[in-house]
Design a protein around this ligand. Structure first.
Ligand code: BGC
Length: 768
């Protein structure tokens, strides 16, 4: 076995470590030299800074959009870059073009400083992984790490150096479309997924071969946009910021993220991009962040739009003074950072401030090895993009991400011997573009396996598989930026709705089982895709009910990344498949026919209807908790499905909860263990989840908080003892009563099970 084929077979086994090995396998020996020492990096950056004019410095701190589909704009960008007035570009993904631009920067500019190419590598480049919320639903950080390792390898191979990812914003309001990009509502799960993705993107150190810089975003609070309306203001208490919204960022920084992106919106009245408290006091002073800060697109210039900065020059001064190092995508002719040399001359900023920002950017270029290896190896790029092992990682990630919400009478897995005909129905069932989800631009739609294609391939010749779209997918009322600016056209399914519904019903009647694929088209979720409703768009609800009325067994596959309101419709089986990526249909088919078993869990609380949002499991106890179910007079207050919920093809029992000590002192860790037994007849996965509740203290604390989880695969009858450690950090929190993090003397309840309603319980004390 050759080294490379060995790496590939290891990758086929699908673990993160193995994928890291695969990526490393694409590197040359020279690249594999290990990290460059901090002092050497700094000395090299300072030597360059000493030779730079203020204009060249401002150039290094400027990043332009280059969409390439607008030739005039592209020429302007190239001119700026050739004149050393831009140090970074985003949105170029043609390897030959990246290489051409880099040659100009390195060969034609005075100081020969290479460009840093960034891109939204959110869930894959060519091989598309399931969307980030889906990877979070795996409750397995190895899945996210392996996925982003592949994404990094492909991105680096084509000449990209930096991902604007992971998105680590907590999202508790499903009206906000960007919920899809993060890990959902919980800070503990969010922190674990944030760190895993940073490891995947960056590898063991910044500059690792086959890896790129991770840029956690959007710092901070973006997920709490008022009314779930994208870009709108955010008003968060210190309590929520410190205990809920900041921990995933802190975890990403601790994992070594080389970059961070400041958010668009105002946080408690101060725009995040001009927020010195956030970008300097918290990020650099308190957390020790050593990388560079980029704004979100045009967000420095936007300081003016917010009614915060007086004019564009003031915007540049205030963004830089807050702690921004690079301005992303300023409008042409209105770059805020281009005014920095004037501000320096006028004494509004100091040379030291400007140099610090330039140094942060140059150090990233040095660590990434761009001065030694600026160019793209086009042949190697093709090889990496075509690597079949990457598709395997994507399929396995999808299989691990699906969440089974209903399975009456064990309809799933389908009985291959009994099912001889399948009606596949729904406008999303055969849409390659929707299968891969939003925030992808370099996927191969022809290669993408739709649900219909996956089922057909798996069912084989003995089973009749027929398709009806069933209904149209409506267009958005307001166009998306991805249709308007970025030109990512989604084919809209247009059919004669009533004729098509009849056709679908007839097909269901003539088949042994109906598999419906319904949900939101990918253009309806993501950035600029907030919604004031959780209903199935268009006439999909009527289609669902009409097919259910046939009395045939119905499997509903939901393609969505926010909880949808099915109006109490109860299909026999309900599987959330998210937007499952390049191999989505193959993964779905494996799960439908039982070659893989679902074990994902909900990373958010699923409300009964939109009137309940925002709804989180981690709420506080308040007046009359015994009547909490009656907070609304018209219906129950509890969710339809709780956080952490998901069924399996098997059953599991939790027992033997052991808390190592009845009492610990502050600062001491607590060991907890529990036995998980597979009580069913199939090998399957479950996720052991540990929640705590602090009974009393400096602040009132949530009724439950996730503080540990582990996904386990168990054979029928097998028992595994899962060990958790509650560290002092897990038992501490920020309290408004003291304005700082405290650990109280108190009593903790512990709950262990496989969702946030877990009932196996114990307790321990913390006493001095
Ligand atoms: C988004 C960012 C993204 C950037 C560049 C912005 O509109 O908010 O998440 O990284 O565009 O595409």
């Amino acid at each position: 076995m050759t080294f490379r084929s060995k790496l590939r077979s290891l990758a086929l086994a699908g673990t993160a470590l193995m994928i890291a090995g695969l990526a490393a396998g694409t590197a040359t020996a020279k690249e594999a030299g290990g990290p460059i020492a901090d002092e050497a990096v700094r000395a090299r950056a300072d030597a360059l800074i000493a030779r730079m004019t203020p204009e060249e410095k401002a150039g290094q701190n400027t990043q332009y959009f280059d969409f390439l589909n607008a030739p005039a704009e592209s020429k302007r960008v190239t001119d700026e870059m050739a004149a050393a007035r831009a140090g970074s570009l985003l949105f170029v993904t043609d390897p030959a073009e990246l290489d051409r631009l880099q040659h100009i920067a390195v060969e034609k500019t005075r100081l020969k400083i290479p460009l840093l190419f960034g891109f939204d590598v959110i869930h894959g480049l060519r091989t598309i992984m399931p969307v980030p919320i889906a990877m979070a639903a795996s409750f397995d950080p190895k899945v996210a790490e392996a996925g982003q390792t592949v994404a990094a390898a492909e991105a680096r191979a084509i000449g990209l150096h930096w991902a604007f990812s992971p998105m680590v914003d907590i999202a508790r309001d499903p009206r906000w479309g960007r919920m899809i990009e993060g890990a959902g509502e919980d800070p503990y799960l969010g922190a674990a997924m944030a760190a895993a993705q940073v490891r995947g993107f960056q590898g063991p150190y910044l500059g690792s071969p086959g890896h790129i810089i991770a840029g956690p975003k959007h710092f901070a609070g973006y997920g709490a946009a008022l009314g779930g309306r994208d870009y709108d203001e955010v008003n968060l208490s210190d309590n929520e910021l410190w205990n809920v919204y900041l921990p995933p960022f802190n975890a990403a920084i601790d994992a070594g993220a080389g970059n961070i992106m400041s958010a668009y919106m105002g946080l408690n009245g101060v725009p995040a991009t001009g927020n010195r408290w956030l970008l300097t006091d918290v990020l650099r002073k308190q957390w020790g962040f050593k990388g560079f800060v980029v704004t979100d697109a045009a967000a420095a210039h936007d300081l003016m739009t917010h009614g915060f900065a007086a004019d564009n020059q003031d915007a540049g001064v205030r963004a830089l003074s807050a702690g921004v190092d690079m301005e992303m995508a300023p409008p042409f002719g209105a770059s805020a950072f281009k005014t920095l040399p004037d501000s320096l001359a006028a004494g509004r900023i100091t040379t030291e401030q400007l140099d610090n920002a330039v140094r942060n950017v140059l150090e990233a270029k040095i660590r990434m090895g761009l001065f030694e290896r600026p160019y793209v190896d086009l042949k190697a790029a093709k090889r990496v993009l075509d690597d079949p092992a990457h598709r395997v990682v994507s399929r396995q990630a999808a299989e691990k991400s699906f969440v089974l919400l209903r399975n009456e009478g064990n309809l799933l897995p389908l009985n291959k011997a009994a099912v001889k005909s399948i009606a596949v129905i729904g406008p999303l069932a055969d849409s390659a573009r929707d299968t891969v989800g939003p925030w992808v631009f370099d996927q191969d739609n022809k290669e993408t396996v739709t649900v219909l294609a996956g089922i057909k391939a798996k069912a084989g010749t003995g089973v009749r598989v027929e398709y009806a779209a069933g209904t149209s997918m409506p267009a958005r009322v307001n166009k998306s930026i991805f249709e308007e600016v970025i030109k990512d056209p989604t084919p809209v399914i247009q059919v004669d709705d009533s004729a098509e519904l009849e056709r679908a019903v007839a097909l269901a009647k003539a088949s042994d089982v109906a598999v419906l694929v319904l949900g939101e088209a990918q253009i309806m979720i993501g950035e600029n895709a907030s919604r004031s409703s959780l209903d199935l768009p268009g006439k999909q609800q009527a289609l669902l009910e009409a097919v259910m009325a046939t009395g045939k067994p119905v499997v509903l596959l939901l393609m969505s990344a926010r909880p949808l309101d099915l109006k109490a419709a109860k299909p026999q089986a309900l599987l959330d498949i998210w937007y499952p990526g390049t191999q989505g249909g193959a993964a779905v088919a494996n799960v439908l026919f039982g070659d893989a078993a679902p074990g994902g869990k909900l990373p958010y609380t699923w409300p009964r209807n939109i009137g309940q949002v925002p709804l989180t499991y981690a709420h506080l106890t308040s007046h009359q908790p015994e009547k909490a179910e009656q907070r609304y007079w018209n219906e129950a207050n509890s969710p339809l499905y709780p956080f952490g919920y998901g069924l399996s093809y098997s059953t599991f029992a939790f027992s033997n909860l052991k808390i190592a000590k009845a009492s610990v002192v502050p600062g001491e860790a607590v060991a907890v263990s529990v036995d998980v037994r597979n009580t069913g007849a199939r090998k399957a996965d479950d996720v052991a989840q540990l929640y705590i509740h602090q009974r009393h203290g400096s602040s009132a604390r949530p009724v439950r908080q996730l503080k540990g989880f582990e996904r386990v695969t168990l054979e029928p009858g097998e028992t595994r003892t899962v060990q958790f450690t509650l560290r002092p950090d897990d038992l501490s929190y920020w309290t408004a009563a003291a304005g700082k993090v405290v650990q109280d003397e108190t009593t903790f309840d512990v709950f262990v099970g496989d969702d946030s309603t877990a009932s196996l319980t114990g307790s321990f004390d913390v006493r001095k």
